[in-house]
Design a protein around this ligand. Structure first.
Ligand code: ACO
Length: 276
């Protein structure tokens, strides 16, 4: 287990890096120290072969209670607008870094998930919640609008009606409802959460890592493109992948299906050279 400044914990287990926001006494709300620390964590994990999939979760009963209202807002605002911009860069920066992380990422939402926590939630490629988790855009409850991308995030992920409802009411929804409105991929009972996330991570670990990176970027990139732009981008991205993937995965995948007949691509992934 690696401890980062007492605010983030990282554990490795068979290809998965379990990253826990680690301020349980403060419900893992994000202060400037945590936000700065997460840049180091992501830098380290990107270069660490023990991390094939990154799982982001929270220690204790919260995923994250959003931004730290005392340290991120009040104390930073007291230092003036340059300090505010610096704090914003640190938080928005690690969420952006996570959005484009070199490896697939899963948010494992174990409990409270408020406001600013929608940033890392959205940044993760996939999200599995506990049925018992509680989500809310609570900004309206204390007098601000959902910033830090949160308003954009909900309009990207859920319907306009649901986005407006969450934004204007500040009402909480549980993991099951979050799954129904597609804020997360699915929800399971808390007791099964880690097992389900482990299984999902194992599915990802079977795939070609270079292809996973290209594919996850493609999903995010094409969202704002015209159809023709997307077509073109996907051709070019695949051709760059052909160059970057020194294992020549696609040729190997065809060979194992057509020549060896050892697997069927409709049913499973080809066996990567050197993979278990
Ligand atoms: N900012 C600063 N401190 C926080 C935050 C936060 N976002 N969330 C919790 N804490 C602190 C509490 O002040 C308390 O500190 P203390 O022990 O020094 O008194 C400690 O964490 C525990 O919090 P409680 O409120 O006692 O925990 P409880 O389990 O009863 O409630 C809950 C949990 C519902 C998450 C509650 O703490 C809460 O409402 N937090 C704020 C959630 C929120 O609205 N976040 C901001 C979203 S908007 C944005 O992020 C931009």
């Amino acid at each position: 287990m690696s401890d980062y400044n007492g605010v983030v914990k990282v554990e490795f287990d068979n290809g998965v890096a379990w990253v826990s926001l680690n301020r349980p006494d403060k419900r893992n709300c994000m202060n400037p120290t945590l936000n700065t620390t997460m840049h180091t964590v992501l830098d380290d994990l990107e270069a660490d072969d023990r991390c094939g999939v990154l799982v982001l979760t929270g220690e204790g009963e919260a995923f994250s209670a959003g931004m730290d209202l005392k340290e991120y807002f009040r104390e930073t605002e007291a230092q003036g607008h340059i300090a505010v911009r610096r704090a914003q860069r640190a938080s928005y920066g690690w969420w952006r870094r996570l959005r484009w992380f070199e490896k697939p990422t899963i948010a494992m939402v174990n409990g409270w998930c408020f406001g600013g926590a929608f940033g890392p939630l959205y940044a993760c490629d996939l999200a599995i919640a506990a049925d018992e988790a509680q989500f809310g855009l609570s900004e309206i409850n204390w007098g601000i609008l959902p910033g830090g991308g949160a308003t954009k995030i909900v309009t990207d992920l859920v319907s306009a009606r649901d986005a407006m409802y969450l934004t204007l009411t500040g009402d909480r929804i549980d993991g099951k409802r979050a799954s129904e409105i597609r804020l997360v991929n699915e929800s399971v009972p808390l007791a099964q959460l880690r097992t389900r996330v482990r299984a999902l991570a194992d599915t990802l670990l079977e795939k070609n890592p270079a292809t996973l990176k290209a594919a996850k970027d493609a999903v995010r990139r094409v969202a704002t493109m015209t159809f023709d732009e997307a077509e073109d981008y996907l051709v070019v991205r695949q051709e760059s992948l052909n160059y970057l993937d020194k294992t020549e995965g696609a040729k190997e995948g065809i060979r194992q299906f057509i020549d060896e007949k050892t697997y069927k691509p409709g049913l499973a992934a080809y066996k990567r050279r050197g993979a278990e």
